[in-house]
Design a protein around this ligand. Structure first.
Ligand SMILES: *Cc1c(COP(=O)(O)O)cnc(C)c1O
Length: 419
């Protein structure tokens, strides 16, 4: 694997982004997207395998089509996402839909070929009424989770995602009533970077599979942790896959059932491929005992994760005139909102953690890395009426293509109805 801490784009490329699209702008490296996709596709699985991209991480059509071209399927988190995939030209048969909301057009989507993953008893019953006698996928909350904070926990008692594992009797009752066969069992608990945790989760899941005789596929979800700054752990997919594969083999030996595997990473596939290119707008110094601030023309309008979770993103400053010195900077966004900060304490959006960066001047370029997942997809969009930033793709041949234009002010207010 290349050093994940190599700059995702060079200073020259960042400059080219600024010249062609202005700042702030998202840029994605095709080379890194393809490298991550290849690693995911090489995940070991003894009895069949399908990788799906959790599109909520980065839903731009160009990215979706790039992954589709590599043989990756998709996980949609709402009916709108499923429709967006279809609009992007993705065949419905490549889509698995696991949503918090019961989709309003569930019937049409399933008829078109989308696989539905029932995530609650209510959803299972609604599906049973629409499609009695058919097959369905079931999302189970196995009672264990390991998100990076309480807010990102997607399994265990503090998570509402999926059907609580102790409610299997009610599931079976609904299946009997509507003659449903559960053929796919799905969990997504954000298992992180530790192969041992994945092994435990695989074993727990297979215990549930044991009670569901029609299941031929186990979907283990996403949550493969990646490092955005030094010191954070990066999942080794081969090691993780090996322990999961071992559990599947043991299960087959014991039960004679050869269970196919699916995984659906979002972060792993996209996060390290993306960056936000910004321009330093201003500097502020709050005196002895205070801070040096770098004020950017980006912030929570492009990168909400730091304000939301205290997420850490690598930041590179490219000074036009290198003084050779560094300073501890608090890097802040452009919103009139005190929480718009890009260097919070790790895991604590309230905390301030100055970062040692090259001494910078107004007009210098600042690149925020690790911004390929849950950034363009999850912004504080249009706060302070800042337009949605453009997205560019850095092709493998070094050319830059725009894959989303900057929003205009007219588009921003386009749906308003003045009195
Ligand atoms: C968000 C999500 C994923 C992807 O999670 P990552 O942490 O980005 O890998 C996978 N599956 C489901 C059901 C999800 O909701």
């Amino acid at each position: 694997m290349e050093d994940i801490f190599n700059p995702v784009i060079t200073a020259e490329q960042a400059n080219a982004v600024r010249e062609s699209a202005g700042t702030p702008a998202y840029v994605y490296s095709e080379a890194v997207l393809c490298a991550r996709a290849s690693e995911v596709l090489a995940f070991p699985a003894p009895f069949g395998f399908k990788a799906r991209f959790a599109m909520k991480a980065c839903p731009n059509a160009a990215i979706l089509r790039l992954f589709h071209g590599m043989g990756i399927g998709f996980d949609a988190s709402s009916a709108f996402e499923a429709r967006r995939l279809i609009m992007a030209g993705i065949p419905a048969g490549e889509i698995s839909l696991s949503s918090q909301e019961l989709p309003a057009d569930l019937e049409a989507l399933v008829r078109e070929g989308v696989r539905y993953d029932a995530c609650s008893l209510r959803q299972l019953e609604a599906y049973g009424k629409l499609f009695p006698g058919s097959e369905v996928s079931l999302r189970v909350n196995p009672g264990l989770g390991s998100g990076h904070s309480q807010r990102t926990n997607v399994g265990g008692p503090s998570s509402s995602f999926g059907i609580w594992h102790e409610r299997l009797p009610e599931v079976l009752e609904l299946c009997a009533r509507y003659k449903l066969r559960i053929t796919v069992m799905h969990t997504h608990i954000g298992s992180g970077a530790d192969p041992d945790v994945w092994a435990r989760v695989a074993k727990m899941n297979l215990e549930t599979v044991r009670k569901l005789p029609d299941v031929h596929t186990l979907n283990m979800g996403g949550g493969f942790k990646i490092a955005r700054v030094r010191g954070e752990k990066q999942t080794d997919l081969q090691k993780t896959g090996a322990v999961v594969a071992e559990s599947l083999r043991e299960f087959a030996k014991e039960t004679g059932r050869e269970i196919a595997l699916e995984i659906e990473p979002g972060t792993y596939l996209a996060a390290q491929a993306g960056a936000v290119v910004s321009t330093i707008q201003d500097l502020a110094f709050t005196g002895e005992g205070g801070y040096n601030f770098l004020k950017l023309d980006t912030g929570m309008t492009e990168l909400l994760r730091p304000s939301l979770y205290g997420a850490q993103h690598n930041i590179r400053v490219y000074p036009a005139h290198d003084t050779g010195r560094t300073l501890p900077y608090l890097v802040v966004g452009h919103c009139c909102e005190s929480g718009d900060i890009l260097t919070p304490a790790a895991g604590d959006p309230e905390g301030l953690a100055p970062r040692e960066l090259p001494e910078a001047a107004i007009g210098d370029i600042c690149v925020i890395e690790g911004a390929g997942a849950y950034c363009a997809a999850m912004p504080a969009k249009n706060y302070n009426s800042f337009p949605e930033a453009p997205e560019l793709l850095l092709r493998r041949d070094g050319t830059l293509v725009t894959i989303r234009r900057r929003q205009t002010l007219a588009q921003m207010v386009g749906n308003e109805i003045p009195l």
